[in-house]
Structures are given as C-alpha cells and as structure tokens.
Design a protein around this ligand. Structure first.
Ligand code: IMP
Ligand code: MG
Length: 190
C-alpha cells in the first residue's frame, strides 16, 4: 500500500530556505530594530531558526489567537508584552491558508499605529486563499495538502517532527498515531 505520509521538505532544504529569508530580512531592515512577533503556536520551530539567520538587532515577542464563530474571526488571547505602537513589526506564522487569520491580525495591528507591518510565512497555501492579504516573505508556496511537522499540528500533535510531512489520507491520521513519529525519528514502527 502507498505510504499515507510523504516528506515534502526535509530539514536540510528547510534550513537553506529559512537562512535565505533571514538574510532578506537582515538587509531590508538594516538600521532599524524590528520586533519579530511570532503567532503561537505553529511559529515556534520556524521562528527559532529564522531569528538565528537575522543578523541585525531585533526584539522577539509572541501573540496567541483564539478562533471563534465562522469567517475565521479571531481574538487576541495573549498579547505581546512589548507595546507595538511606532515599531516595525514582522509577523511570523507557520502557514497562511485561507488568509482569514492573517487579515484579521493585520487589521488588529494596524489600529495600533505600528511604524510598518510585514508578514513572514514559512508556507503559503496559495490555492486555498479566500482573502487577498499580503505575505511579504514566504518560505514555500504549496498546494492544498494537509501538512504536519516543523510547528504544524493535527489535534495539537506532530509539531515536533523535523521536516514537513504531507498526509495523503486524512481519514487515516488516527491510525498513523502509533507508527508515524517513530518512523520519522528513525525508530521502530516501520
Ligand atoms: P487561515 O485559513 O489562513 O486563517 O489559517 C488558519 C490556520 O489553520 C493556520 O494558522 C494553521 O494553524 C491551520 N492550518 C492550515 N493549513 C494547515 C496545514 O496544512 N497543517 C496544519 N495546520 C494548518
Ligand atoms: Mg493547528
């Protein structure tokens, strides 16, 4: 039977692309001290790698969103500790899918009168976009596969997987539970 999961970006390719993004940010923000704001929780491995390729001074902070109702409405469940007014803000997300989350977040930040606002997404699911929202820095453009690993989760799990994995058959996700991480980490289980 065909494997129900497939590695789409390995750790080495990820490292190379993340380094390029960090270099682009370093030159675009030279002389400024931006605030890199990670959108929890999917940003974590990506942000940790990204900032180590950003060679200019910057601060790091985080936001946690909660989703409610239809239309991708979001509220800020945990805000940044750093006041963002007047700052150059770089939003960091693991993935932009429909774009609803990012567009709501951009509106939320724009009313705080930030000096500038750009966003970075490791992954941009271009064919799924519903709202046209700018993503100034993107790691990879992808199709509409469901991806796991490197911060992306299913039911809170699999964020720890190195590399990025596509799940070919969502119906089998729960069957994969027992063997999937062990396989990725090279242990027992297939
Ligand atoms: P939005 O549709 O752009 O508002 O994105 C909503 C959220 O869905 C993202 O921030 C992710 O948390 C999640 N998401 C979308 N696609 C995937 C995926 O392929 N894997 C894991 N999470 C995803
Ligand atoms: Mg999620």
């Amino acid at each position: 039977m065909a494997s129900p999961y497939l590695e789409v970006v390995d750790q080495a390719a990820m490292d190379r692309r993340v380094r390029e993004l960090g270099q682009a940010i370093s030159s675009d923000y030279a002389g400024l001290t931006p605030v890199v704001v990670g959108v929890l929780k999917g940003c974590i491995p990506f942000l940790a790698d990204l900032v180590r390729s950003v060679e200019i001074d910057h601060e790091i902070d985080f936001l946690l969103l909660t989703r409610f109702g239809e239309q991708g409405r979001v509220a800020v469940a945990m805000d940044t500790a750093i006041p963002l007014r007047g700052r150059h803000v770089i939003l960091v997300q693991g993935i932009v899918d429909t774009g609803l989350t990012l567009s709501a977040l951009r509106r939320n930040l724009e009313v705080r009168e930030v000096a500038s606002l750009k966003s970075v997404a490791l992954l941009d699911k271009v064919p799924r976009r519903i709202v046209d929202v700018p993503v100034e820095y993107r790691g990879f453009e992808i199709g509409d596969e469901f991806l796991l690993g490197y911060g992306l989760d299913w039911a809170g799990k699999y964020r720890n997987l190195p590399g990025l994995w596509a799940v070919m058959d969502m119906g089998r996700l729960s069957d994969l539970d027992a063997t999937f991480p062990a396989t990725v980490f090279g242990g027992a289980g297939g």
